[in-house]
Design a protein around this ligand. Structure first.
Ligand code: ATP
Ligand code: MG
Length: 389
């Protein structure tokens, strides 16, 4: 039995005049994300996007799974392809709907005849399919007002389609339609969630990770790669920049007062990150900060980090509780990786009494001994790039 995936216009999380651009971007993203599963035609016709497998060995179940992770699709369905005769529609849908029908009590049928040459009218198609289902599954009743399931029959140009299942999509907007931003990614719980949240709003992602060998182990970087891979299952390919951060941290440890270590480190991260982000076309930075979560995330602390950033810093988790953040991280399957115990560069130099109410002036005073420009320059120069997909 041949199956296809159908995405209806009403099921795209899109609106307004840009719909056509969004649809084209979505189709492009879909093609890219499904291309290794075998040959398939992905087309748009009359406000519906079709994924039609061509090769025999097309991995349809994997395609469904991936479509469910593509932003811009609020819902979709799988459908059975029938010849455009009522006999074929009846015999195929009887078999195709078996699983669904056996698990419900009431249904109704809706038919749409886009090809007016089909000899039966829509009400006649509904009557025929409904009668067949009642006979094949005698426990069923028709309920036109509040059915457990609706069976849709559509007569299109080249074939007829029967479907009964509606699958929830990932929602959001197609990745890339909102431009590009760079996420500061640690190995923690928060930043992968922040990345996913912004990709969902249509941002393409680059990622920046600060590594401080030998204080941080190669396994910490591997963990970041694993996390990004999980995010990339939703966002598409991510360009990762790994920044050598050891020298910056050593300099801070030597030349700055301990109370300010974390804040100055975060200011240095911002300075370096925006240099890297700017040169790759990102328009903003993304962090996993959440108000009040730790000393460096109080409002006065955020003021001191924001003040060195010339580009917007997006903090999608700012108003979320840890519990809410964890729920998302479980949903996107990053949680188990995030809680692996490898040291992050932030934890290596945590001061005993971090400043929770710093002022900008005191911060600037505290970092006076640093050759800020030289350190930024060197870190950017030593940065290594790779693709995560
Ligand atoms: P996370 O769970 O994302 O690590 P956190 O609650 O542990 O966040 P911090 O360690 O203070 O908080 O980091 C705050 C934010 O700074 C992170 O969400 C991330 O965006 C960024 N960040 C922290 N460490 C790094 C790093 N090594 N490389 C890149 N960005 C980092
Ligand atoms: Mg962290």
């Amino acid at each position: 039995m041949k199956e296809i995936i159908l995405i209806k216009n009403g099921e795209l999380a899109l609106k307004g005049l840009n719909r056509s651009n969004f649809e084209d971007a979505l189709i492009k993203n879909m093609k890219r994300r499904l291309k290794d599963l075998g040959e398939a035609k992905i087309t748009k016709s009359q406000s519906t996007i079709y994924v039609q497998p061509v090769s025999e060995d097309y991995d349809f179940e994997e395609a469904l799974k991936r479509v469910g992770m593509i932003f811009g699709i609020a819902g979709f369905s799988r459908a059975c392809v029938c010849e455009k005769t009522i006999e074929d529609i009846l015999s195929r849908s009887r078999e195709y709907l078996k699983n669904v029908m056996e698990n419900i009590k009431t249904f109704k049928v809706e038919a749409k005849r886009a090809d007016k040459r089909f000899p039966l009218t829509s009400p006649e198609i509904c009557a025929e399919v409904g009668a067949m289902l009642l006979e094949a599954y005698p426990h069923l009743k028709v309920d036109v007002h509040n059915p457990d399931r609706t069976v849709y029959v559509e007569i299109r140009d080249f074939a007829a389609y029967v479907r009964a299942e509606q699958i929830k999509g990932a929602g959001g907007l197609p990745v890339g339609t909102a431009g590009k931003a760079s996420v500061l990614i640690s190995g923690g719980i928060d930043s992968p969630v922040a990345a996913w949240t912004m990709a969902k709003r249509g941002l393409r992602l680059d990622a920046i990770h600060f590594a401080s060998p030998p204080y941080t182990s190669p396994r910490a970087e591997l963990k970041v790669r694993t996390l990004l891979k999980k995010v990339a299952a939703y966002s598409g390919t991510i360009n990762l920049a790994v920044v050598p951060f050891t020298e910056v941290q050593d300099e801070i440890a030597q030349k700055c007062p301990e109370d300010y270590f974390t804040l100055i480190m975060r200011r240095m991260m911002m300075r370096i990150a925006q240099r890297i982000a700017g040169s790759s076309g990102s328009l903003a930075l993304i962090t996993g900060e959440s108000l009040g979560q730790v000393a460096s995330q109080t409002l006065p602390a955020l003021v001191t980090t924001d003040s060195v950033a010339d580009m917007p810093v997006l903090r999608p988790l700012i108003g979320m509780d840890k519990e809410e953040i964890i729920a998302v991280s479980r949903h996107i399957d990053t949680f188990e990786t995030s809680i692996l115990p490898y040291e992050d560069c932030c934890t290596v130099f945590t001061p005993k009494h971090p400043k929770t109410r710093p002022t900008l002036a005191l911060c600037e005073e505290a970092e006076k001994g640093l050759d800020i420009e030289g350190l930024v320059e060197k870190a950017v120069e030593g940065t290594q790039y790779s693709f995560i997909e």
